[in-house]
Design a protein around this ligand. Structure first.
Ligand code: IFM
Length: 457
């Protein structure tokens, strides 16, 4: 099974999850520094203070990427390295780090794909209302302009936001991510201001006139009823509304889905922060859409559900994981067909534009065996099945141009700390030794052949 000649194979990471060096070279505090240091928020009290120490091990990590034959690398810029308190002139040392990263990638013929926001908001902006405040959208555009001014000549792929649903709802609705709020109104307002920040940043970057490709990354999940009942079908529609359409509709149709707004109005939460002209900016044309895919939501109607930290409880819905499903170490069901569905849906219902899988991968209970090897056959078969599902979507007309496996390295998995490993490369956090897993060697071969052999079992 082959892929088109220019198909881009790579991996992805994010700043707070790998960099460490949180107090160096003028970096300011982010909401994840604050959140992870507050007791009870992260498994075992883990923080990103050191993480994979990538900030100090840049050359070694770049060499490893080259050795594995990666063609692309998606990373994120830490806003508080560039603007320690979220506004004003750039901190040159912060920009220098990303300049070294990008130059190092180019020297090794690896295409950089840059994400401007992967959740590490400067704490100083949070103190002024964070994403519930319109000012943060404006500051984000200013920050985007600074990074673009410094790197637009060497980076061709620009992603404004990573997974605005997660930042808005896990951060402000259900409180399991920074900044830890549990308030549907705050989640709606954060959603809008994130999208507005995207629109303003796009405008700012477009005005420079460089011939780069600009897009945004959404986490998308098909939502299906758990049982053959109208109540479950309705619950799946509500989940689809909040998880998918609340982002796809404004980006591609310039409007918020009325059924979602009406549900939240019933709970006393609204989108009154929207101003005239915002949706026009949000729906400005994209050069590509980044899709992060992990699993499908199988949903039951659950009117009695009221745990404030349970995603979708406010929709009277509960996602279930079918008993028979294969599950990852996160407890997420393995469901490659969902990737085909979501890629085809974008083309059929929204727009026929270039797509990139900007994240996909699985957590495994990895360990180094007595010979020092990490044999993650489950990850190999997971990726093999998902690459085939992506190829199927292409055969059905989706314009998929590339695939970034999550993740290059094991890293800080947010509220799960270091307990969950997603990397192609194993990280021994005590020594920072990197060991490519079986999946890393297998992926190198996929890239070299630009295709797959017999299905992995
Ligand atoms: O680790 C995260 C990443 O930061 C965003 N997408 C999902 C990954 C796995 O949970």
């Amino acid at each position: 099974m082959n892929f088109p000649e220019n198909f881009l194979w790579g991996t992805a990471t994010a700043s707070y999850q790998i960099e460490g060096a949180v107090d160096e070279d003028g970096r300011g505090a982010s909401i994840w520094d604050t959140f992870s240091h507050a007791p009870g928020n992260v498994y075992r009290g883990d923080t990103g203070d050191v993480a994979c120490d990538h900030y100090h091990r840049l050359e070694e990590d770049l060499d490893l990427m080259a050795e594995l034959g990666l063609q692309a690398y998606r990373f994120s810029v830490a806003w508080p390295r560039v603007q320690p308190d979220g506004s004003g002139p750039a901190n040159q040392k912060g920009l220098d780090f990303y300049r070294r990263l990008v130059d190092g990638l180019r020297e090794r013929s690896i295409e950089p794909m840059l994400t401007l926001y992967h959740w590490d908001l400067p704490q100083a902006l949070e103190d002024r209302g964070g994403w519930t405040s319109r000012e943060t959208s404006e500051r984000f555009a200013e920050y985007a302009g600074l990074v673009y001014g410094a790197l637009s000549g060497t980076v061709s792929y620009w992603i404004t936001l990573n997974e605005p649903w997660v930042a808005a709802w896990l951060g402000h609705g259900y409180g399991v991510h920074a900044p830890g709020k549990q308030d549907a109104g705050a989640a709606l307002s954060a959603s809008h201001h994130l999208l507005l920040g995207h629109g303003l940043a796009m405008e700012r970057m477009r005005s420079v006139g460089d011939d780069n490709r600009l897009g945004v990354t959404l986490n998308l999940h098909p939502a299906v009823p758990g049982r053959d009942r109208d109540a479950d079908r309705e619950a799946a529609r509500r989940v689809d509304g909040q998880a998918n359409r609340l982002y796809l509709d404004p980006l591609f149709r310039g409007a918020y889905p009325e059924d979602v707004l009406s549900h939240y109005r019933g709970l006393g939460a609204d989108l009154s922060v929207v101003r005239d002209g915002d949706l026009r900016k949000i729906s400005a044309p994209l050069d590509f859409l980044g899709v992060n895919y992990y699993f499908r939501h199988t949903v039951r109607d659950a009117p009695e559900e009221d745990a404030p930290d349970a995603p979708f409880a406010d929709l009277d819905a509960r996602p279930i994981v079918p008993h028979a499903a294969e599950k990852t170490a996160m407890g997420w069901p393995v469901d490659p067909e969902g990737l085909t569905e979501i890629l085809v849906r974008i083309k059929e219902e929204y727009a026929d534009l270039p797509l990139y899988v900007t994240e996909n991968g699985r957590a495994v209970h990895d360990y180094a065996d007595p010979n020092g090897e990490v044999k993650d056959d489950e990850r190999v078969s997971y990726l093999d099945a998902h690459f085939r599902a992506a190829r199927e979507a292409m055969d059905r007309g989706a314009d998929l141009r590339g695939y970034m496996v999550w993740s290059f390295l094991d890293n800080f998995e947010w509220a799960e700390g270091y307990s969950k490993r997603f990397g192609l490369v194993f990280v021994d956090y005590a020594t920072q030794k990197r060991t490519p897993k079986t999946s890393a060697r297998w992926y190198s071969e996929v890239i070299r052949r630009n295709g797959l052999g017999e299905p992995a079992r």
